[in-house]
Design a protein around this ligand. Structure first.
Ligand SMILES: [Zn+2]
Ligand SMILES: [Zn+2]
Length: 206
């Protein structure tokens, strides 16, 4: 797997590129802003962006999606619980966050347990509500992209529409922590971690 992380936009969201060594196709996870920067990285890697997978609908994770659709016809995947807000620029905060509204109709609405195949890569969809209703984590190989559900030493906000503190804790303990300790966590903001570290040191789940 070809894997790259890029921090984008004024809200410091992490965008991840996961590419197939065999087909040179790429999945872009959370293209939150700065299309040109992400696009250049993809080109430097010799990849073609086939799909966008969104961990959730918030503006800081979706603001460059339309440009991928326009340039590459990239297909957009999001959990069914977040699809409506993705398509509504007031609900997804893009208007208030960037002054420019983004509304996108997803091509595929995901559910827990779905699997997306791209070349030799298999992306496992893990529904982890709590930050939003349709928030997901995406596991590929030894890597799990956790969006704004689980951060290194912290967790996502639960005070926004669809948020629930009880649910996010349940999601982390029951859906994320059941994976191998050495799984590397790549969150929606800030630096990576591992499941082992979060089990030991994350104050919200200890
Ligand atoms: Zn968020
Ligand atoms: Zn965020």
């Amino acid at each position: 797997m070809i894997f790259e992380a890029l921090e984008v936009g004024i809200y410091g969201a992490n965008c991840y590129i996961a590419g197939s060594e065999e087909t040179k196709e790429a999945a872009i996870i959370d293209p939150g802003s700065e299309f040109d920067k992400i696009d250049k990285k993809i080109n430097d890697l010799g990849l073609t962006p086939k799909i966008v997978i969104l961990t959730h609908y918030h503006g800081d994770h979706i603001a460059a999606v339309q440009e991928f659709i326009d340039k590459y016809g990239t297909k957009v995947y999001i959990h069914k619980g977040d699809a409506e807000a993705l398509n509504d620029s007031s609900m997804n905060f893009s208007k208030t966050m960037f002054g420019k509204g983004v509304s996108i109709k997803a091509d595929v609405e995901l559910k827990d347990g779905d699997e997306i195949t791209l070349g030799e890569l298999k992306f496992e969809i893990i529904h982890t509500p709590g930050h939003t209703k349709g928030g997901i984590c995406i596991k590929v190989g030894n890597i799990m992209m956790t969006g704004d559900t689980l951060f290194s030493g912290s967790i996502g906000r639960t005070d926004l529409p669809g948020g629930s503190f009880e649910e996010i804790i349940k999601s982390i303990k029951e859906k994320i922590f059941k994976y191998e300790d050495d799984t590397v966590i790549y969150p929606g903001h800030m630096s990576p971690s591992t499941i082992k570290k979060e089990k030991q040191y994350n104050p919200f789940v200890n």
